[in-house]
Design a protein around this ligand. Structure first.
Ligand code: 5GP
Length: 234
């Protein structure tokens, strides 16, 4: 891990199944996690997923700007920072050894390898926010979304879809931040993610960042009209 800040195990209240090591593999920890997915005020965990390049980080950036009351989990990754990314803001950037340690000690709620790098959600901060009733959002890949579904069944899984596959390809290439082989890996992963859309509670088509944010905010606040399952253009 580069830098100094790390929201790790010291922030998990003592005396819970989450403190100490091995939390994710413990069945007791699973129960605590499931209960924590709906906070005391009805706020619950929302997961935003979808193929790389679909615009998840733009949506998340807009949420940060317009709805600071929503807490967005900051993931740990072994990927190198892109220009403009700051440790502790977009990600906690870690080396392989640090990531190994976090995964092995159960400090990650979920983690996955994606296009040659590893990404994971720090467990403690998510459980703390949910317990405090703070609307909480994870922006993670399909493999991570499946792990959250297994350990926190009350979580709402949202799939962000591109208007068309061509649009997705265009956005991924237009970013200009990855070499062609990485783009190819991300597109291959994108095809798998697109095929899994049915596993999600609802799909938002990313035709407008503002509209997607609006729907997400309604979901995070647990508004019933926002929870109707199915596919809806945004
Ligand atoms: P990027 O390298 O473009 O920032 O992210 C690549 C992929 O990793 C995206 O699909 C993103 O949603 C996913 N991702 C980011 N953080 C996490 C995480 O903590 N866990 C998992 N499973 N995927 C993540």
């Amino acid at each position: 891990m580069t830098g100094t800040s790390w929201p790790g195990e010291s922030r998990v209240p003592e005396g819970t199944a989450e403190s100490g090591s091995g939390g994710f593999t413990s069945p007791v920890a699973g129960l605590v996690a499931a209960r924590a997915s709906a906070g005391p005020t009805g706020n619950r965990l929302t997961v935003l997923s979808g193929p790389s390049g679909v615009g998840k980080s733009t949506v998340v950036a807009e949420l940060r700007r317009a709805h600071p009351q929503v807490w967005l989990s900051v993931s740990v990754t072994t990927r190198k920072p892109r220009p403009g990314e700051t440790h502790g803001v977009e990600y906690f950037f870690a080396d392989d050894d640090e990531f190994d340690r976090l995964a092995a000690s159960g400090e990650l709620l979920e983690w996955a390898e994606f296009a040659g790098n590893r990404y994971g959600t720090p467990r403690g901060p998510v459980l703390e926010k949910l317990a405090a009733g703070v609307p909480t959002l994870l922006e993670i890949d399909l493999q991570g979304a499946r792990q959250v579904r297994a350990s926190m069944p009350e979580a709402v899984l949202v799939f962000l879809a591109p208007p068309t596959w061509e649009e997705l390809e265009k956005r991924l290439r237009g970013r200009g931040t990855e070499p062609e082989d990485v783009i190819a890996r991300r597109l291959a992963a994108g095809r798998i993610e697109m095929a899994a859309e049915q596993e999600f509670d609802l799909t938002l088509v990313n035709t407008s960042v503002q509209d997607v944010c609006h729907r997400l905010i309604a979901l995070l606040a647990d508004a019933p009209e926002a929870s109707s399952p199915g596919r809806s253009p945004s």
